[in-house]
Design a protein around this ligand. Sequence first.
Ligand code: IVH
Length: 671
Amino acid sequence: MSTANDVAKRIDKLREEINHHNHLYYVMDAPEIPDIEYDRLLRELQALENAHPELITPDSPTQRVGAGPLTSFAEVKHQVPMLSLSNAMDEQEVHDFDRRICEKLASDEVVYAAEPKLDGLAISLRYENGILVRGATRGDGSTGEDVTQNVRTIETIPLRLHGKGYPKVLEVRGEVIMTKSGFNKLNETQREQGGKTFANPRNAAAGSLRQLDPAVTATRPLEFYSYGIGQVEGKKLPDKHSEILKQLREWGMRLNPEVQVVRGVRGCLRFYENILKKRDRLDYDIDGVVYKVDDLEQQNIMGFVSRAPRWAIAHKFPAQEEMTVLLDIDVQVGRTGAITPVARLEPVFVGGVTVTNATLHNQDEIDRKDVRIGDTVVVRRAGDVIPEVVGMVKSKRPKGTRKFKMPVACPVCGSEVVKLETEAVARCTGGLFCPAQRKEAIKHFASRKAMDIEGLGDKLVEQLVDEGLIHDIADLFGLEKDQIAALDRMADKSAQNVIDALEKSKQTTLDRFIFSLGIRQVGETTARTLAQHFGTLDALMKAKEQTLIDVPDVGPVVAESIAHFFAEKHNQDVIKKLLNAGVVWPEIKLVPKEEQPLNGKTFVITGTLSTMGRDEAKAKLLALGAKVSGSVSKNTDYVIVGENPGSKATKAESLGVEILDEAAFLKLVQE
Ligand code: IVH
């Protein structure tokens, strides 16, 4: 049985822990536990305090969200406080929220604005007479940091409001986020240059916005979405939240395209399901959705509890980060010999699945994060991305943890492992002598986007190599049915299917064939570009490094890798064997530049296309003779606009450049 004394002790302990994590999160930009764990602590404290209100003290973390600002930025007092939101962790809590509102308003059905809950950081932008005069972080809600110089570098934040009729003073509130694609690129660059990598896009956005040097911030892919207002003077705004947002858009603020007006709790829950389904496809992280009573008069009636409005709630999604124990670290040998440390984990449910393995990237990353075997670690699984260990929790480190050291010999073939000065990864030097590399090369060759050999899965490839039936990709075409049928879990029929699939795969295309060779640095897009450019395999194989560099989108590193590959006698032999086995493709007619349909036309692509990646769209355009540029100018002929377009779409409009939506673009390239 718990005594009053036990409760008081637990409350003290919780406050201490929460304060510790607050400091790490708000001041240091370096949280060590996932949000979900922090929420659990805070909720437990809240529950205990609700049951024992006599134990609430003014300095409890529940009475003051966040911590003080860093001393390096000037302080900003928010005239209108920046609030936080209460959370609903499940449907029941959303129903409860709606019921409280319906009761208080004596209404059967309330109209809500439903918005994604963007996972970035809250910013207040102050416009005076239409000019951006200040940008401030939220801080503890009443005092934030002056980050004006940094927000000015964010393209999606207008320095001057559009149109007219705006109030003398207007504070726009919203979220600064980093896109997932921008985040991945940033981390890649940081990794290459030995800089600090970020655990997730939100930390990256926070770290970038709180750079003391705005020149650094300017290089970071930050974006801004507005979702509300603060202080307003000199004009009356509409009396609905959704209409205020529309008004803000007219003044040049970016709104999230998913925002909707919905009816009642059912409308809210439908919105939640919709956004949850879309979550992985959006190029920014969201950790839930927000419901806000749309009518401002009704908002007034509802009022506030401490720092959160009673008229709004955040309905959280399942967490994409969780904690678990790192049991051991193994290494995996990839197709190019790259040796990746893989974390063996105590099974943990995260991002909708049970995860037992996660990548640790490389030795440098392990060292930088100081991850040791036995540690409690934070695992992140977002969408289809391979789960990764993003950090460890120092306060949970037990005695006797072990450091990981990269093996000096390949665990599969025993060859030496080397790490180039210029690369982050260590590699097995065994090349195709290494069975692990050979297996990966063959799996790649057979994969759907390469030769597409149906039924030749990973398990079968491993057996074929282990049994010594094949040594390279060309050996596949010499296989006989009986050899396959004799293998574990194979039978006459399945063996025949593999033989048929092998036969069928011989009719391929040049770009697939180039891709399937597994040349380092040559992905699908580059393979397509090379096929279009050279027209024949022979021409590609004979091309000198300098000629390769001249191909659009092929840089020196890629060119060197290609030239190197075809200069290798072993590779030439394998290719000869493949051709002798009957691998063929239709001839490509090279159309002279002047006769290409899009010759001389310049395109810009912005936003996300639903049917293909940007690289693929770009390759399609290049293949038709077009130029693809990164920025819109008066020389641009067409701008292709996908979902969530950036400022390029607006710029195109103002310059009168022709805009194509995805359907129009597809029609154009198909014709
Ligand atoms: S409204 C009246 N709307 O969530 C409440 N906040 O927990 C003020 N956030 O600090 C916030 N998306 O950083 C609001 N569509 C959205 C949001 C959103 C993300 C963040 C924001 C805020 C925190 C509150």
